[in-house]
Every structure is written in C-alpha cells, then in structure tokens.
Design a protein around this ligand. Structure first.
Ligand code: COA
Length: 312
C-alpha cells in the first residue's frame, strides 16, 4: 500500500517537534518508563547537534513516523580505503498510522537521501528481518555471543568501574587501539567516543598499568545490551577473561555475555570459546546496497564489525 501524498519528510524544526519525536520513539520502542529521556540514549543522532540525521514523516503538523540516518565512514585498517555508509535506527510509525505504507515511504526517502549523500549501503539492527527484506535488506557479517559464567574462585585484577567523564583523549585513543584489529571498522573520533559514553546505563570499566589503560569494557547501553559486554579491548584473552571474572566477583550477576567480532583471530577466539559456558554465532546486522558501489560496500561490511556504541 503506498502512503498518501499529503505526507512530508523533514528534520524536526523545533524542540517541540523533537519532544514529540522522542515520545513516539519511546512509546514504540521501549517498554514501560525510563529513568532518562529517550534522546539521551542517542547523544549523536537525536541531539540538537544531530538534527540533520533525524528524519520525520508529518501528516500536516502531526508527526507520524521517524527514522535516523547517520552517515559514517567504514575504513580499511591497513590500506587507504574507505566507504561511506549510513546507519539506520529509531525506526517507528505512530501506532494509529501503522499498516498504511508510511514506513515503506520513509525508508524509500532514506534510500534516496543515502544515494544523494553518496552513501554506499544502509545498515541497521533489528529482529524484523521479514519486514526489512521488503526493502532489499539482508543479514550481513557475523558476531559471536559468548557467555562467561562466574568462576568459583574470586578474582581481582584491579579492573574498576570509572566515571566516563574522567577519561582523557589519550585514554580514549588507547582504548580504541586495544580493540581487536579487524580488516574494516567504523571511524570514531575521541569527541564522538566521549559523547557516546554519556549514554545512560553504560557501565565503563578500565584497568591501568601505571597511567596507561591496558584493558577496558562497556556493559549495557540505555535500555539495550543489559549484562552484555558490547565494547572491549585487552592485551590477551587470558587478561580479558580475568577482568570479566573480576566484574563477576564484585557484582551480583552470575554471567555476562561477551560480544565479539565474527572475524576475531583464532588466537583470541579459541581461548574465549574454551572459557565460555556457551557460545553461538549470529548475523551482525541487516544491510542494503545503495548505488553503483553498493555490492562492494556489502562485501566490506561482511568483513567488518560494528561495535555496540556505533549501532543505533
Ligand atoms: C515496524 C513498523 C515501523 C512498520 O511501520 P508501518 O508504517 O506500519 O509499515 P508499512 O505500512 O510501511 O509496511 C510496509 C510493509 O511491511 C509489512 N510489515 C509491516 N510491519 C511488519 C512486521 N512487523 N513484520 C513483517 N512485515 C511487516 C507490511 O505488511 C508492508 O508490506 P506490503 O507493502 O507488502 O503490504 C511499525 O509497525 C512500528 O513502528 N512498530 C513498532 C516499532 C518497531 O518495531 N520498529 C522497528 C524496530 S527496528
């Protein structure tokens, strides 16, 4: 069914429109109430600064649908190659307007925008595979989910929870360097990293040797990824496991899930698998090619990993 022609697509034009957008997203994408405002979970794409990434469908003055389109750069780790892509999230139609083709139109608008912005693929995270297949999306990439259960003996490696605002730019760049090296990854500046660390309910842990961070991890992200380590970096799998056991010794939770790239080197993956009580492999995301370099972008995405803070 195609959407009526009296629909306009644009960025929110006032704080009032941003408030109604956040209310629509909150009602559509969260259960119950939150201890923070919905936009706080998306400090780069739903903030005033990120206004141009927020796309609303209006029927007259009424906001009826929304999707974020966040242009990012996928960068090769050793060669001077990069591919512009668009991350999509915060997708919702007002419940009174569902089933009328509005999201179909909004996604078609996003595809046109992506094309005019020379983005080569759209990427999103959703369980609604069937819905997105309608628009040319398919599963791409791989990720591991490893369950690490509390060991009988207590650990204390010195890993501690920190206030993210205490981390310096040097800390943030060494954290990025400590992540496993992959062929392709999404670029992130220290300023963006700092903003993403303000997401409520994100527990940030670091371990230092002298002043230098040698291990770190982030658990949780707003209402998502509870008890999931979705970003991390360490010098060896043994140190990473000991640090996870340190958290398990100090907190009530019995187990944590470690998200890891599908292409993780076997020197890392095998010991992690051995020390996990369960592990499984999953698709990383859904993606659709855009324009003439679309297939090339899909191939690069299949060999990339998009970390938790970047996924919207
Ligand atoms: C999912 C959602 C955005 C769909 O919006 P919508 O405006 O109702 O979608 P449309 O009417 O444009 O539907 C487009 C097509 O997808 C199909 N579709 C709609 N919802 C679907 C679903 N949940 N699963 C599979 N297909 C679906 C429709 O039948 C339609 O197909 P057709 O054109 O062949 O008839 C809306 O139901 C919603 O806001 N849900 C709650 C929030 C949510 O789940 N967002 C997605 C998170 S990633």
């Amino acid at each position: 069914m195609s959407a009526p022609s009296n629909i306009s697509f644009r960025n929110p034009a006032s704080s009032l429109e941003r408030d109604s957008r956040d209310l629509l997203l909150m009602k559509s994408l969260r259960e119950g109430t939150l201890d923070w405002s919905y936009d706080a979970e998306y400090p780069l794409v739903l903030s005033t600064e990120g206004n141009s990434t927020s796309w609303c469908a209006f029927m007259g003055n009424q906001l009826i649908g929304h999707a974020s389109l966040w242009p990012r750069t996928l960068k090769h780790s050793s060669e001077q190659k990069s591919i512009p892509i668009g991350l999509v999230g915060n997708v919702a139609t007002d419940e009174n307007f569902r089933g009328q083709g509005h999201m179909r139109s909004l996604i078609a608008q996003l595809e046109n925008l992506a094309y005019t912005q020379s983005l080569c693929a759209l990427v999103l995270w959703s369980d609604l595979l069937e819905f997105y297949q309608n628009f040319g999306f398919s599963s791409i990439g791989r990720e591991w989910r490893l369950t690490i259960s509390r060991s009988e003996r207590p650990y204390d490696t010195g890993l501690r929870r920190v206030d993210p605002s205490s981390l310096t730019d040097t800390d943030l760049s060494s954290m990025m360097t400590l992540r496993p090296r992959l062929e392709w990854g999404v670029e992130r500046s220290p300023r963006e990293f700092k903003a993403l660390l303000t997401i409520p309910n994100s527990l940030v842990f670091v371990r230092r040797r002298g002043a230098k961070i040698v291990s770190w991890m982030i658990i949780g992200k707003g209402a998502d990824l509870q008890a999931v380590i979705h970003e991390w970096g360490a010098l060896s799998p043994d140190e990473l496991i000991a640090d996870i056991q340190t958290i398990l010794s100090g907190y009530l939770t019995e187990s944590l899930t470690l998200l890891a790239p599908g292409q993780l080197h076997h020197h890392w993956l095998e010991p992690l698998k051995q020390r996990s009580s369960q592990h499984s492999e999953h698709a990383m995301a859904l993606a659709a090619p855009i324009g003439p370099k679309g297939e090339q972008a899909i191939k690069a995405l299949a060999r990339s990993f998009i970390w938790g803070l970047d996924s919207i």
